[in-house]
Design a protein around this ligand. Structure first.
Ligand SMILES: Nc1ncnc2c1ncn2[C@@H]1O[C@H](COP(=O)(O)OP(=O)(O)OP(=O)(O)O)[C@@H](O)[C@H]1O
Length: 501
């Protein structure tokens, strides 16, 4: 009897000590998370302050100007905005950017996906007399833009491998002799670095005073620190060296301060006016779901999510780690009644175009893609982006998930996470610049019960904004508060408030 009591007594003590340890571990983990967050904040602040110190030290001083004031071209610009582009009012920063370009300044624009970057160079292109040269990384992007401009009645062409001889002749005549009414010319960066003939004609155009503006789209491709580095973008610095009097506008949706410094240097635009809009996409809801170790269960969950939340063929993307996984996931989604197909770099161009086209026209609900399904996705009504696997960095995740909701309507970004996915990603990024560091940032985000879009603000060195319950962690803390409040009311009614305290 006594022995029994001793055992019971000791068990109570052990249990109490275990609970205590559990409490301490939790407190330490919370503190670890707080410190990691603070460390990232401080790193971002250090970069921003270094960047502004460098900018102050290195750049020749230029008086700051109020780009939102009145300018000579105001009424003509308003007329073109409304009557040519059919846009009733400017979005934040658009007017200021246009004014800086029209004042002859180089400009760097950082504006979130769907923010309206194109208007910032297309409107000045129409406003100016000469030709605007646009460098863009992808043929599909260029084709979309040229088609869109043609529909608005703006004469825009591209010079690329698929350009017909007739169009090429027209473009070269326009550059050479000023014939025709060419307004905007799109090229890929390879044209600048590899075609002497093109550069020769461009020089003639410039010498005749007909090259009015140079726009570099997806400018983050210049930087090795960015997520889509393209070696040919490195050669674009030649444009400002060869045509220093022509204003240059560089545009991107994302650039950390390190990438900004890099691309300003590469493009030789140290005195550029910088317009940085918020990276926040308030219409996107971010969620991290626990990923089952059983593959079929994961697919079941994804298929249920799509068919229950998006029963009307609303468009979505599922990102996978490997090509094989893409094909498998697409097949299994089809077996569960979802109209899906896969897209990866191992397919030939025609097959990829075909899948992309069917999806763009909503004949396919879901594209299951690898990272190869990236830039050039212009579909604005993507309602969900699901990550079947962890992406390799915060930046990649921001870009990929950001393909949702470019039309500003509510959309969801869901990530399936399990710790056992980390090693295969780490083996892929091991040799990349800061690869592991970036991946661990991502892992920390997935494991955190507190992290939200605030992690993006920290990553891009932006002042934090409220998440407004638009992530699972913030939403559940709001729910918890609701539950607590309800419980509090019941307890108050029962006169049991001391329980709660
Ligand atoms: N001021 C405006 N008012 C209303 N719509 C606008 C305005 N400016 C641009 N848009 C529209 O917003 C959409 C997105 O614009 P755009 O394609 O230029 O975005 P973006 O910033 O280049 O995005 P991404 O980085 O994803 O390519 C387009 O349909 C465009 O016509």
């Amino acid at each position: 009897m006594e022995e029994q009591e001793n055992i019971e007594g000791e068990m109570l003590l052990v249990r109490a000590e275990l609970d205590d340890i559990q409490g301490q571990i939790k407190a330490l983990l919370d503190r670890q998370e707080e410190l990691s967050e603070r460390e990232s904040q401080l790193k971002a602040l250090r970069e921003v302050s270094k960047a502004s110190r460098d900018a102050i030290n290195n750049a020749p001083s230029v008086a700051p100007k109020d780009w939102s004031g009145s300018f000579l071209w105001d009424s003509r610009a308003d007329d073109i905005r409304f009557n040519v582009f059919g846009i009733s009012s400017y979005r934040p920063n658009q007017r200021e950017i246009i004014n800086a370009i029209m004042s002859g300044r180089d400009v760097l624009v950082i504006m979130a996906a769907g923010g309206g970057k194109s208007l910032c160079y297309q409107l000045p292109a129409v406003l100016h007399d000469g030709i605007t040269l646009v460098v863009s990384p992808l043929l599909s992007l260029i084709q979309d833009q040229v088609m869109g401009l043609a529909a608005l009645g703006i004469l825009a062409y591209m010079l690329a491998s698929i350009t017909t001889k007739e169009v090429e002749k027209f473009v070269y005549k326009a550059l050479d002799k000023g014939e025709g009414e060419l307004k905007i010319l799109y090229v890929t960066p390879e044209k600048i670095s590899r075609s002497k003939r093109f550069m020769f004609k461009l020089e003639k155009c410039h010498n005749a005073g007909r090259l009015s503006l140079i726009a570099i789209d997806e400018a983050h491709c210049c930087s090795q620190w960015g997520h889509d580095f393209r070696p040919d973008y490195k050669n674009l610095g030649i444009l400002n060296v060869q045509f220093p009097s022509v204003p240059m506008i560089a545009l991107t949706a994302t650039a950390t301060s390190k990438v900004q410094i890099d691309l300003i240097e590469m493009l030789h635009i140290p005195r550029c006016v910088k317009f940085v809009s918020t990276i926040n996409r308030p219409n996107l809801l971010y969620k991290v779901c626990e990923k089952s170790p059983v593959g079929k269960v994961v697919i079941d969950e994804i298929a249920n999510f799509i068919s229950e939340s998006y029963p009307n063929n609303e468009s979505g993307i599922v990102y996978c780690f490997s090509r094989k996984e893409c094909e498998q996931v697409a097949k299994e989604l089809c077996e569960r009644g979802i109209l899906a197909d896969y897209y990866h770099a191992d397919m030939d161009v025609i097959a990829r175009e075909n899948v992309h086209m069917r999806w763009s026209k909503s004949k396919l609900q879901v594209i299951v893609g690898t990272v190869a399904f990236g830039m050039g996705i212009n579909k604005s009504d993507v309602r969900f982006v699901i990550h079947h696997s962890l992406s390799k960095s915060m930046e990649t995740y921001y870009q990929e998930s950001g393909r949702a909701g470019r039309d500003g309507l509510p959309s969801e970004c869901v990530l399936y996470y399990r710790p056992s996915d980390v090693p295969r990603q780490s083996s892929m990024v091991f040799y990349e610049n800061c690869g592991l560091h970036n991946l661990y940032d991502r892992v920390r985000y997935c494991q955190s019960k507190r992290s939200c879009r605030g992690a993006f603000f920290r990553h891009f060195g932006e002042v934090a904004q409220d998440c407004n319950g638009m992530c699972d962690n913030c939403a559940s803390s709001i729910e918890l508060k609701d539950i607590d409040a309800t419980r509090m009311m019941i307890l108050l009614q029962l006169g049991n408030i001391y329980y709660f305290i």
